[in-house]
Design a protein around this ligand. Structure first.
Ligand code: GLU
Length: 291
């Protein structure tokens, strides 16, 4: 292993990239160059039903159009399911996971609080199932998700922190305390796919030896869960930067589902890429100059 900084941009191909994604990709690329590091692209396509090849193709085209290049080959998470399974096995061995058969409606009904994303916190109903009941449910093929027993996990890891470089990766990192309890017993293996965002992102950041994780402030709180998983799996912790989000006119976070303007559309309208990169605060010409 060498000490070369390694950055990554990790979009999910379930829609076209918008300006928020472009900002995040440019931000990573810019600081990777500034620190003479590597810039990787990872396609986070664990959601088999929503991930589409047209979105993957558009990611490559949009980023190249913006003047970015990245290390090849690109990792597609759909080719790493066996590795997520191995990591989950390690968590099973530590008895950190338990099966949950609750439906979405049952989870919402039983919840007393919401997590940092505003989703209902799981009340833990299935934690009281005995071995016989679990086996019956598993045998009758009731859809199952596997959750992290957060209390147990924290008992094992103790209190955690991570190094945070704000506002950018050139800043001296400072310790940032974690509060993973705010999430409750998060899902580690989903019903519809044999992993979860949290598990696969932690495994791949480790396997790809990412040293600097730079992503939007919307994922800042999720880092607390990632630190727990890294600790349980004996992975080292990268340094984190959580950048500001690009807001639209209503001050809402840009999201693919809200029909924010796609980079692809801007491209097709004949807008020049340096107009976009300059608007996002990165000088196109400096950016593309190799360091
Ligand atoms: N795939 C995630 C997303 O598109 C980002 C993952 C990350 O940067 O940790 O929101």
């Amino acid at each position: 292993m060498n000490n070369k900084p390694k950055f990554r941009f990790a979009p999910s191909p379930n829609g076209f990239l918008h300006l928020g994604h472009a900002y995040s990709a440019l931000f990573n690329f810019h600081y990777a160059k500034q620190m003479t590091g590597d810039f990787l692209l990872r396609i986070e396509d664990i959601d088999i039903a929503r991930s589409k090849q047209i979105y993957i193709d558009a990611i490559y085209e949009d980023l190249a159009w913006l003047g970015l290049d990245w290390q090849k080959p690109v990792l597609l998470q759909s080719s790493n399911f066996h590795l997520y399974k191995d990591a989950a096995k390690q968590l099973h061995k530590q008895e950190m996971l338990y099966p949950c058969f609750c439906t979405r409606a049952e989870i919402a009904k039983g919840a007393k609080n919401t997590d940092p994303d505003g989703a209902p916190i799981y009340s833990g109903t299935c934690k009281s199932l005995n071995q016989k009941q679990i086996e019956e449910k598993l045998n009758s093929k009731i859809p199952v998700q596997w959750r992290l027993d957060m209390n147990k996990a924290i008992k094992k890891t103790g209190s955690l922190e991570y190094l945070s470089s704000q506002p950018n990766p050139l800043t001296n990192p400072a310790p940032q305390p974690c509060n993973p309890m705010a999430w409750g017993d998060v899902t580690i293996i989903r019903k519809d796919t044999p992993t979860s965002y949290h598990l696969s992102v932690v495994v791949d950041d480790y396997l790809q030896e990412i040293t600097h994780i730079v992503r939007g402030k919307d994922l800042e709180k999720a880092t607390d869960i990632h630190r727990v998983l890294q600790n349980l799996l004996s992975y080292p912790a990268p340094i984190y930067t959580h950048h500001d989000l690009i807001l639209n006119d209503d001050n809402l976070k840009l999201a693919k589902s809200k029909n924010s303007i796609a980079i692809k559309t801007l491209r097709q309208q004949g807008i020049l890429p340096n107009v976009i990169t300059r608007k996002l605060g990165f000088n196109y010409h400096n950016l593309t100059k190799s360091s």
